[in-house]
Design a protein around this ligand. Sequence first.
Ligand code: FAD
Length: 466
Amino acid sequence: MLTRRTLFLLMGGTALAAGGVAATRVGVQPEPPAPPATDAANHLLWRNWSGIQHAYPANRAAPADEGELADLVRTAPGPIRAVGSGHSFMPLVPTPGTLVTLDRIAGLDGHDMGALTANVRAGTRLADLGPALAAVGQEMPNLPDINKQSLAGALSTATHGTGVTLMALHGNVQAFRLATADGQILDCDATRNADLFAAAKVGLGAFGVLTRVTLKNTPLRRVERRVWLQPVEQTLAEWPVLQAQHRNVEFYYLPFTGMTAVITHDETDAPATPRPPTQDNDAVMSLKGLRDWLGWSPALRRRVAKHVLSSLEPERVVAESWQLLSNERPIRFNEMEFHLPRDAQIPALQEVIEAIETRRHDVFFPIEARVIAPDDAWLSPFHDRPSGSIAVHAYYKDDYQFLFEVVEPILRRHGGRPHWGKLNSLKAADFTALYPRFRDAMDIHRQVDPEGRFLNDYLRGVLADA
Ligand SMILES: Cc1cc2nc3c(=O)[nH]c(=O)nc-3n(C[C@H](O)[C@H](O)[C@H](O)COP(=O)(O)OP(=O)(O)OC[C@H]3O[C@@H](n4cnc5c(N)ncnc54)[C@H](O)[C@@H]3O)c2cc1C
C-alpha cells in the first residue's frame, strides 16, 4: 500500500524515460558557501537549521537553573539572545553578545491530572515533551509539522499546527516564568503581571527568557491519519467542508502538477497500526527530479506528474496524536509563511500558484495551506482573527529571493501577517498597522527592558522603532 516509494521510483523512472531531455537537466548544485568556523576574535560560528542565519557570539551560556540564568541576564554582555533549536529562518537569534540555551532547564516539572495542566521547563524539546506528557495521560492539543523545537522557541514565534478549532501552541499557555533584564524571575498569568503575560506570550525572546511554562493540555488520544491525493480544483472546492469535518486538516499543493496531498487527523478508538517509514522525503526529491529533468516544459512536467500521481493509493495509520502530527524533515529548505484572514486564504493561494507557475519554473517544494483558531496574545499573528496560512518553501540550495519578489507582495495584499520565525521583510511600521496591540506590547517592552539588552539588530528594527 505504501505509495510514496512507488511515486519516487515511478517519477524517477518516468522522467528518465522521457529521453532526450538529459541535456536540459539542472546541473548538480553546489552546497551554499559556509561561513568560517570562527571569526577574527576566535568566536565559534552559530548557524540556524537552514544555514541562512549565522553569528559569532562572544559569550555562550547554558545555565543550570533559574538562579544562574537570573545572574546571567543581569551581568552578561548584550545583546542577550535565547536560542531554542535554531529552527527559525529570520535573524531572531544571532547576536555578537551572549547566546543562552536552556538545554539544561528542560523536562516536566509537575502536572495536575484533574486540571489537565503541566508545568514544563522552557528548554524542553517538543519531541521529548510528547512522550513525557503521554506518560501522565496528557497531550498538547495540537502540534506543528516538526517537533525539534524547544517549547520556549516554539511559543516565542507563535508556532502552530492546523485545525479550525485549534489555536497555535501559545494559545494553551496558562502561565509562565520569565527572567527579565534586571535579574528578576517574574510569574506571569492572567492575574499576575497580566499585561506582560499578554505581550510576552509570543515574545520573540525580547521581553526576557522564559524558564517555565504551564500548559493546558487535553487527555491523551489516538488519531487516525489519512493522506490522499486529489486535483487542486477539488480540494479548493471542498476546503470549507474539509475544515469542518476534520480535527486537523491541511493540504499541500504540488507545484506544476495540478494535484494536492490532503492530510487529516481525527480522534479514534481504533487500535494503533504500525507507522510505515515516511516517504515524504522521497516524494519531495521526486518533485525535484521532475523540476530538474522537465522544468523546461511545464506542460510535459504536469502531464508526467499527473499520470504518475493519479495511480497512487491513499495512506491510513492510527497512533497517539503526538506520534503522528509531527514529521521528520531532513531535506533543508527556506520558508515564507503568512497568516491571512480565513476568507482570503484560497484567493491568495490561487494567485501564488498562478504567479509561481508563470514566473518561477524552478520551484518544486509543495506549498502548504493550514487553518488556525484565533487567540488573544498581543503579538500573535492570529490575534483576534480566524486565520488561514500559506507557506511557500525553497530548497536550501535554490534561490529564495522569489519569496520576497513574487510571493510576499501577494500575501501582504491579502492582509497577511507573517510567521515571526519565517522569512518576511516587514518592519515596525508594518507590524504597527497589522497588530492592534503592537504599541501596547512595545510599551511593556520598554518597561521591562529599557536598555534593550534583549534586542539584536533585527529586533531593534521591528520593536524599538515602533
Ligand atoms: C523544518 C521546519 C519545520 C517547521 N514547521 C513549523 C510548523 O509546522 N509550524 C510553525 O508554526 N512553525 C514551524 N517552523 C518554524 C519554527 O517552529 C519556529 O521558527 C520556532 O520558533 C523554532 O523553535 P526553536 O526552538 O528552533 O527556536 P529558535 O529558532 O532557536 O528561536 C526562536 C525564538 O525563540 C526565542 N527563544 C528561544 N528560547 C527562548 C526562551 N527560553 N525564552 C524566550 N525566548 C526564547 C529566540 O530568542 C527566538 O526569538 C518550522 C521550522 C522548520 C525549520
